[in-house]
Every structure is written in structure tokens, then in C-alpha cells.
Design a protein around this ligand. Structure first.
Ligand SMILES: [Fe+2]
Length: 436
């Protein structure tokens, strides 16, 4: 009898194993992104081997998913086949998948939720998020330039910042998630792990979002014309400039209006796509006046950054964007690109603000990975523009910010990967801007 039972158990185990290995459906690159109104919705993004997946969502205390609501995603087949300069070696080209995004709408403000994705017999692990809408003080975490090619710094830094910030609901990044956007394995290092999860995410694309494939024998990196992989990994609000759909957008989170801009590829810093975004920015700010207290911009290229790293920024991006940010009273511009840490004084246009109630802080967070550079003569601490400059190459420091917001002030604290504070500044009460 005992022998029969053991045989039956072994048979059952073998059947289960074969079912698992032959019918397992893949769900990967799971990221929760912001909706226009972060208090009532989020978007769940993922790639999946099946077309008929769905998302189950419920309140965080319903751990058995008994009261879960089902959301069907927009799901479409996608690969980089047919895209200019694509790498035929990358799994973005060779591996079939459906790109899925499910917008979870009608959520309650200031509430914790859990979700899981179901695809055939496969269920994803359980993910958490919290909606915006809390009253009073709150905080978020900002990164830049993970440039993640399995570097040893990025994931521990994200974990450290989650601990410092107390499990932040919102995480933002000003671009360059990876080095070559066409290499799927670089995105996998960043997105598919035990750290990059359980927050709502917003990001602007970096110029490396346009890097299509590895360096060619003649020494150049082929570029995409659009950030194809970025917009197929992250579905952001569909409210951006016509020339940069999915990579320029705005969203409201508590008392802050965030605007993400697309500063395009490594060779472009002016032209119709920039003009179109500038016009869209002005129209959007005019329309949304009175609906926010602070204005924060995410843009990859640093307006007051290093001339040696990218001389076209001072030549083209600075004269176009600094007057716009001055006109609309932007409080904080979060950038990267240089891989050098630099933070300006509060600037009124392109000079130091005299009135303490005015001015825009430009923060180039340098690097949230291990690609570092040293400053040149255009970045000198204590010059007319820059309050703090750090030679990250010399100090081998990676950076990220915990940003605490209340009704009167926004406090920015910058940490390195060892949880040491390396800079700190405060933007004042949103220029006493009032919300309607
Ligand atoms: Fe970068």
C-alpha cells in the first residue's frame, strides 16, 4: 500500500513538473507607472508571452485576492523588427511577446493596493503600490543615469533609498536607465529583480534611450529616431507634445505638478521636436495654473551642465528652456547626463535670483550607477551659477535624492550609495503659489 502511494505521488509530481515546464507562460518587465491623476489611477506595464493576460487588483489587506477586480490590459504584439538601426541579436528583435499595459482607474486616494498578473497557468508575484492623495507632508525619491549594465551599485542604491525614504510611494528618474536601449538584457538587469518594484514610477528618457545597438566597427553607436524600447516598457500619461508621444507628459501628485520632457538623442538639441515641446509646455502651464503648488521638471540633459560633456546644451537647450522655466516659476529641474554632480543656486533665468521667493534649482544628480566623470572649467563650485559640484569620478560616489514636500517648503537631500548626505537644499514655498 505504502509503495503504491509513493508511486502515485511520484507520478503526480512528474505530471505537475511537465505541465509547469511545457506550459509556463512568461510575464516580465513588470512596472507600475503614474497616471495623469496619481490619486485615482496607476498603469501596470509588462511584457507577456500570451495575448489573454489580465491583472487582478485589490486592497492591500485583502491578501487572498477574494475581492479582487479584474482589469484587461491593452495588449499588442511587438518587437524591434522593422525599426531603423535595430539590433538583430537583441531579444527585443528575436523574442515574440505582447506589450501590455492595464490602466487601473477608479482607485481610492491615499490607499494601498496589491495586484498580480495572470497569464494562462502563470501568476506573477504580488506587487504593491499606494495611490497619491495624502494630506500633509510626503516624500518621493529621484534617481538618474542608472546606465545599468549589471553594475554593482544601482540595485543596492535603490534599496538604500527605499529604506531612507521609508518605502516611498513615488520614484522618479531623469533618464539613461541603460547604456544601449536596444539591448534587452540591460533593461532586464534594471527591471526584473527584487528591488525595482512596489512603487509608482515616472521617468523622462535619456539620450541613451535612443541608442539602438552596440558600437559598430567604425566606432559609432547607431541611433533610433524615437525611444522605441522606452515607450514600450513604460506607458505614461497620453497628454504630451505631439512630437514626443509617451516620452513627454505631465502628472499631478499631491501638491506637485511634474512635467517630463524628452531631450532626444545624443546628436539633437534643437529643432522642431524641441520647439513643439516648448509650445506644449507653455500651453499646459497656462491651462493648469492654480492646480498645483510646486512645479518639478524631469529632463535628462542638464540646462546648466558641463560644456565638455555636451556643449550643445549650453548652446541650444539653455537659451530655449531657461526663460520658459523662469516665466512659469519652475521650482526644481531634475537632470543627469553629465555623470558629474552639480547643483545651481536658485536661478532667475540664467543668473542667481536676488529675491529669495523666486528662482529655479537645477540639479544634475550625476549618476545612480558607476559611470562617473570629473568636472571641467564650466562647472566650478561657487562660480556665478553653481552652489555645489562634486567630482564623482574622484570620489566614486553614486547619487540619489529623497525629496520631502510640505505646504511651505520642498527639502532636497542628496545621498551617496553609503547613505551619506552629500548635499542638501530647500526650495521655498512654491513662490507662495496658491492652489485653487
Ligand atoms: Fe548617462
Amino acid at each position: 500500500m505504502k509503495k503504491t502511494k509513493t508511486l502515485l505521488f511520484l507520478l503526480f509530481a512528474l505530471c505537475s513538473l511537465s505541465q509547469c515546464t511545457t506550459t509556463e507562460d512568461e510575464i516580465y518587465h513588470i512596472v507600475t507607472t503614474v497616471c495623469e491623476d496619481a490619486a485615482t489611477g496607476v498603469t501596470v506595464n509588462y511584457h507577456c508571452s500570451r495575448s489573454d493576460s489580465y491583472v487582478l487588483v485589490t486592497q492591500a489587506d485583502d491578501s487572498t485576492f477574494r475581492h479582487a477586480k479584474k482589469f484587461k490590459p491593452v495588449s499588442r504584439p511587438w518587437s524591434t523588427a522593422g525599426i531603423e538601426n535595430t539590433s538583430t541579436e537583441s531579444t527585443f528583435y528575436t523574442k515574440e511577446r505582447f506589450v501590455c499595459h492595464a490602466t487601473l482607474s477608479g482607485l481610492e486616494a491615499d490607499s494601498r493596493y496589491i495586484y498580480r498578473i495572470v497569464a494562462g497557468r502563470t501568476r506573477s508575484d504580488v506587487r504593491r503600490f499606494k495611490t497619491a492623495g495624502e494630506k500633509g507632508a510626503w516624500n518621493f525619491v529621484a534617481f538618474t543615469d542608472f546606465q545599468h549594465r549589471e553594475n554593482p551599485v544601482t540595485l543596492p542604491l535603490i534599496q538604500t533609498m527605499k529604506e531612507i525614504a521609508g518605502d516611498p510611494s513615488l520614484v522618479v528618474c531623469s533618464g539613461d536607465h541603460i547604456d544601449v536601449a536596444g539591448n534587452e538584457y540591460e533593461w532586464t538587469f534594471l527591471l526584473d529583480n527584487a528591488v525595482f518594484r512596489d512603487f509608482v514610477y515616472a521617468a523622462s528618457p535619456g539620450d541613451h534611450a535612443y541608442w539602438a545597438s552596440d558600437r559598430t566597427p567604425d566606432g559609432h553607436y547607431p541611433q533610433y529616431d524615437k525611444p522605441h524600447t522606452f515607450v514600450n516598457l513604460f506607458k505614461f500619461p497620453d497628454n504630451g507634445a505631439a512630437s514626443s508621444p509617451g516620452s513627454s507628459y505631465w502628472f499631478r501628485y499631491n501638491n506637485v505638478l511634474f512635467v517630463a520632457l524628452d531631450m532626444h538623442n545624443s546628436n539633437l538639441s534643437a529643432g522642431p521636436r524641441f520647439d513643439d515641446q516648448a509650445a506644449w509646455f507653455a500651453q499646459t502651464m497656462d491651462r493648469l495654473q492654480g492646480t498645483y503648488q510646486y512645479l518639478v521638471v524631469l529632463m535628462h540633459k542638464s540646462v546648466f551642465g558641463s560644456d565638455r560633456v555636451d556643449a550643445a546644451v549650453a548652446r541650444n537647450i539653455r537659451p530655449q528652456w531657461a526663460p520658459i522655466f523662469q516665466k512659469y516659476g519652475v521650482d526644481l529641474v531634475l537632470s543627469g547626463h553629465d555623470h558629474i554632480y552639480s547643483r545651481t543656486y536658485a536661478l532667475d533665468g540664467d543668473r542667481r535670483a536676488e529675491d529669495p521667493a523666486r528662482g529655479t534649482f537645477y540639479l544634475d544628480m550625476g549618476s545612480s550607477g558607476d559611470k562617473w566623470r570629473s568636472p571641467d572649467e564650466s562647472l566650478v563650485e561657487g562660480d556665478a551659477l553653481h552652489a555645489r559640484v562634486i567630482d564623482l569620478k574622484a570620489s566614486t560616489q553614486s547619487c540619489a535624492c529623497n525629496i520631502e514636500v510640505d505646504a511651505r517648503e520642498m527639502h532636497v537631500t542628496v545621498y551617496d550609495q553609503h547613505a551619506q548626505v552629500i548635499d542638501r537644499f530647500t526650495t521655498h514655498p512654491a513662490r507662495f503659489r496658491k492652489m485653487n
